[in-house]
Design a protein around this ligand. Structure first.
Ligand code: NCD
Length: 335
């Protein structure tokens, strides 16, 4: 697709629409209409990113910083590559080598980075809520790339987009079964909220030690028996055991947990015959999902990664002109 044609198509879908939010901290920062707009734009971006020439000047002259305080492969690479494809100047902050290592606070780091006038800061941290704090402290538009056990909104967007593409455009009443470490999972935090926005039927299957208190308030059902939970499932979404967040201490042994909750071919026979398996990655083979599923078309895990690239391309474009013009940092000191 040539550049002019692509840009015209994008502008036609977007029209004069701007997202109401200046930062993407929680999935609830977006309305259903805004999510639909993001998905329609991503569908257009797909062909472009699969083409020979993957660069357009939509963010030319803008700067994008990635501030990742935790490990990442697909999230950091997709954001960085999409930013480069859009023509932004991208900078990765190496936290191990940053001044936070010398004792600088998160707030001071935020203020320092913001003085470089970035338009967008993409942030990942192990501290739940820190992205919200950061977003209130800087003028740059902040995109949450995962904060502790709280939320991972861009992951939920790419997941629902993938479900619409491969399962059904209309996800209402489709049975989503989320399996595994719901307690520590920020992916669950955003996915369950977005799936609810799409009126999906959500079941969680996990041991009692790995679910959240008051789970019923989330509008999801808990079925600890995986065999029962999988009956009639349209989408089986496996979560990684968050061992870096002490999850291994919540199960008798990791082997026992895996035996009880692993998604394998025998278990998938209990689900709908067209059911698919999804996972945010990284997958721990033979612990979360068995190879006899990973190497079949039942697994949408590679497709989720391509969706990640397209969705993040769209988000960067939409957040590229969201730099706030108020003196936000000062407000925090007065409070
Ligand atoms: C997830 C994360 O970091 O929250 N991964 C991702 O972004 N694709 C899930 C996980 O690490 O288990």
């Amino acid at each position: 697709m040539d550049e002019k044609n692509f840009l015209q198509r994008l502008e036609k879908i977007r029209g004069r629409r701007e997202l109401a939010t200046t930062d993407l901290v929680s999935i609830l920062d977006l309305s259903r209409d805004e999510v639909d707009l993001i998905f329609n734009l991503a569908a257009e971006v797909e062909t472009f990113l699969k083409g020979e020439m993957k660069k357009v000047p939509l963010l030319k002259g803008k700067s994008q910083m990635s501030f990742f305080m935790e490990s990442s492969t697909r999230t950091s690479v997709s954001f960085e590559l999409a930013g480069k494809n859009l023509g932004a100047d991208t900078v990765n902050i190496n936290v191990e080598k940053s001044s936070m290592n010398k004792g600088e606070t998160l707030l001071d780091t935020a203020i320092t980075l913001d003085q470089m006038q970035p338009d967008i800061i993409v942030m990942r941290t192990s501290f739940s809520g820190a992205v919200h704090f950061f977003a209130r402290s800087v003028k740059a538009a902040v995109i949450n790339a995962g904060d502790g056990m709280n939320e991972h909104p861009t992951q939920a967007l790419l997941d629902l987009y993938t479900m619409q593409k491969f399962v059904d455009k209309d996800l209402k009443k489709k049975k989503l079964v989320i399996v595994g470490d719901v307690l520590h999972s920020r992916v669950f935090g955003s996915l369950s909220r977005l799936a609810k926005m799409f009126e999906m039927d959500i079941t969680v299957s996990a041991p009692h030690t790995l679910i959240r208190p008051h789970l019923e308030a989330w509008g999801v059902r808990h079925e600890p028996n995986i065999e029962k939970a999988l009956a009639g499932a349209n989408i089986v979404y496996a979560l990684r055991l968050q061992t870096e967040r002490t999850a291994a201490a919540f199960v008798p042994t990791v082997r026992e947990y895996s035996k009880t909750y692993i998604i394998n071919a025998a278990r998938m026979k209990l689900a709908d015959k067209k059911a698919v398996v999804m996972h945010p990655g990284p997958v721990i083979r033979e612990l979360d999902v068995h190879t006899n599923i990973l190497e079949t078309n039942v697994s949408l895990i590679p497709e989720q990664v391509f969706s990640a690239y397209c969705i993040r391309f769209v988000l960067l474009w939409l957040f590229g002109n969201k730099r706030k013009h108020k003196q936000i940092a000062k407000r925090l000191f007065k409070a």
